[in-house]
Design a protein around this ligand. Structure first.
Ligand SMILES: [Zn+2]
Length: 681
């Protein structure tokens, strides 16, 4: 499923895994994992290999995963715990209708009833197809599209909520561009062989899905696939690229209803807004006006028959995982195997756990934190966040290139940072969601309708600061510049990111750098454009802004030179925000750790490693993972995060504290030459 999301939501992004809970370590000296180290590697030459080379050598990536590390392994094994919660709920026949136990239990139970799902084949989507077939004109087709938008089939565009970047206390209606089945616009347009091949395989995949849905194999399925490719290519040409999408100004278009009508006159917006139960004078933003204009042109120019095929494709594509095995397998063959490099699907129970988390996340999450989230973890995190914010404050104040004026504004921003830890204070109410044991497809539809409505009902109202953008079991973290908040779900506050039994050096080196990373997002190339109230408003003097941009350009240039295979390298501008986050995070977390030691006896070395070395090893071991080449190619193209290897090597090779901790020679590979060294914060 793809959703239109705000481009300003920046995260640590592990791919929404879940982390395990294990406090089995009892030694007060528990720290780094010595057996993970590759002692043959020199830490000053390849710190990534040194910290986790042995672990990776002994733990190949499982067939169903694209990436693998202790952290990924922990995330996968923690799904066992969610499975246990869901199996218990599914077995509880006495759960009251509308209780979270009934809702998650029946959802999971229906998902696990694979024989029923398979016996139904594509029957659940047939009523949708019948409605599309029956459409006599674009007005009829628009009504089907509106209902598809309600179930998160967000094609070719979608309407959702977004905070007003000029008045962040208020929530706008946001119209976002979508409508592509390949990962991004470049897949349609770039001439390189790997994109050309992806286009060919995509057309075959669409045809295969249509064939499963009853199209004739030789003619109509293939012709329909070509039609879709043609329509999506035109939409791709009118879409912004990934780098431009990171620029908040590029998607900032306050738009009135009359302007929207003029932009895309072949859509009946009065009808659309009525369907969405939104007044026409609602405050609104259109992310990509050019896309909407091109879409409107296509609505006018392309035949009704073509649009029918287009909507059928996106319905099938979006719901494939809720249909019978043939659809699930074909969908996996293209997106899982071909584009991501995995060779096996995850077992069904795991996919059912993930699906429950996706649509009923806070109902499942509430049960999860009741059972597995220790309150003392929250207290320890609050202390670390305080220390990290104080270190960031000191660091900014000591920047010689920044004027007092800009420093004062930065201090105001530090002062309004809002940390959220563990889980929401107020849970979403799922009691009206109709979930049944005998219809998995219908349950997915109900879950999606809930997600859509839960979002839509926030539009045209003051922002609710209590809402969370991730579910509690998620092992990830994020920064939202419009709320100036850093958010750490319960799922990440577990080993190996965060270990209540570990020495401070290890926690500062792992979760501490994560905290520093999220704080630094407030001052990365995007975050720095938002002020202390979350407004998209310049708070920098011209001279300071120039200095900052030159420093950021150094980081972009550094990552432009990191290759995954000959000719294929990171796009420095795409990964700039995350790389500034890592560089600032590693630096500030180290400062916070040093500060935490002041006035205390120096901690002992562990197995010959100083506390400073332990700190850096912790980052290398937490962050480092092995990743398939296909997944690397996909990341390089579409993900604002660098691959793990460069998230270890990249920031650390810029840091004088790292060089000092490991006594690296000035000409070591892990020490960037003086003139090339990047420092933003
Ligand atoms: Zn991030």
């Amino acid at each position: 499923m793809r959703r239109v999301t705000t481009p300003w939501f920046v995260c640590l992004c592990f791919g929404f895994l879940f982390s395990q809970i294990s406090f089995s370590q009892t030694s007060s000296q528990h720290g780094i994992d010595l057996t993970d180290l590759d002692r043959k590697a020199d830490p000053c030459t390849d710190f990534y290999e040194f910290t986790n080379g042995s672990w990776r050598a002994h733990n190949p990536i499982p067939a169903s995963m694209t990436r693998w590390s202790k952290r990924w392994a922990a995330g996968e094994s923690s799904k066992d715990k969610l499975k246990e919660i869901l199996e218990t709920a599914a077995a509880d026949k006495s759960a009251a209708k509308g209780s979270k136990e009934q809702i998650i239990g029946d959802y999971y139970g229906a998902c696990m009833d694979e024989s029923r799902v398979n016996a139904r084949g594509m029957e659940p989507v047939k009523p949708w197809f019948a409605r599309i077939d029956a459409a006599r004109d674009t007005a009829d087709l628009q009504k089907v599209m509106e209902d598809m938008h309600d179930i998160l089939v967000a094609d070719p565009f979608a309407l959702g909520s977004q905070q007003d970047p000029h008045k962040p206390s208020w929530v706008l209606a946001d119209i976002g561009a979508n409508g592509l089945g390949l990962p991004d616009r470049d897949y349609y347009l770039k001439p390189e062989a790997r994109f050309k091949e992806a286009r060919e395989k995509y057309v075959l995949h669409i045809a295969a899905m249509f064939k499963l849905a009853g199209w004739d194999e030789k003619t109509s399925a293939a012709a329909a696939a070509e039609t879709i490719m043609g329509m999506e290519t035109k939409l791709a040409e009118a879409s912004l690229d990934n780098v431009t999408l990171r620029d908040p100004a590029a998607t900032d278009h306050n738009t009135t209803f009359a302007q929207l009508q003029a932009m895309a006159p072949h859509i009946d917006w009065a009808e659309y807004f009525k369907h969405k139960q939104l007044p026409q004078d609602v405050d609104m933003n259109v992310d990509q006006p050019k896309f909407m204009q091109e879409l409107d042109r296509q609505i006018h120019a392309d035949s009704l028959a073509d649009w029918k095929v287009y909507l059928k494709w996106h319905l099938l594509h979006s719901t494939a995982s809720s249909l019978s095995a043939a659809f699930v397998e074909e969908d996996f063959a293209f997106y899982g195997k071909y584009l991501s490099g995995t060779t096996e699907m995850k077992p069904r129970w795991k996919r059912c756990v993930e699906s429950t988390d996706q649509y009923l996340g806070e109902a499942l999450g509430q049960k999860y934190v009741e059972k597995y989230f220790p309150p003392e973890a929250k207290a320890r995190m609050q202390e670390m966040v305080r220390n990290l914010l104080a270190a960031m404050r000191d660091d900014i104040l000591s920047r010689p290139w920044m004027s007092d004026d800009t420093k004062e504004k930065a201090m105001a921003k530090i002062a309004t940072f809002n940390p959220k830890i563990g889980y929401p204070d107020k849970w979403k109410d799922y009691s009206q969601v109709q979930i049944r044991r005998d219809g998995f497809f219908e349950d997915v539809i109900a879950g999606r309708k809930f997600v859509e409505q839960d979002d839509r009902l926030t539009i045209g109202k003051p922002v609710d600061r209590g809402r969370w953008g991730m579910t509690p079991p998620t092992s990830d973290a994020y920064y939202n510049p419009l709320l100036n908040e850093i958010v750490f779900p319960a799922g990440i506050l577990q080993p190996p990111a965060f270990d209540m039994r570990a020495v401070d050096a290890v926690n500062y080196g792992a979760i501490g750098v994560v905290i520093g990373h999220e704080i630094s997002h407030g001052f990365d190339d995007q975050g720095a454009q938002f002020d202390y109230l979350g407004r998209l408003r310049n708070w920098w003097t011209d001279a300071d802004l120039k200095q900052f941009q030159a420093r950021a350009a150094c980081v972009a240039d550094q990552f432009d030179n990191y290759f995954i295979e000959p000719g294929v390298h990171h796009n420095g501008k795409l990964v700039l925000g995350e790389s500034i986050g890592d560089l600032g995070g590693a630096k500030v977390a180290f400062l916070a750790y040093e500060k935490s030691l002041q006035g205390k006896p120096r901690p002992a070395d562990i197995d010959g490693f100083t506390p400073e070395e332990q700190f850096y090893i912790a980052w290398g071991q937490f962050r480092g993972d092995e990743i398939r080449i296909e997944a690397q190619r996909l990341m390089i193209q579409t993900d604002p995060h660098p691959i793990a290897k460069y998230r270890v090597i990249g920031p650390l090779s810029n840091l004088p504290d790292f060089e000092k901790a490991w006594s690296c020679k000035a000409d070591s590979a892990m020490v960037r030459a003086e003139g090339n060294r990047c420092e933003v914060w």
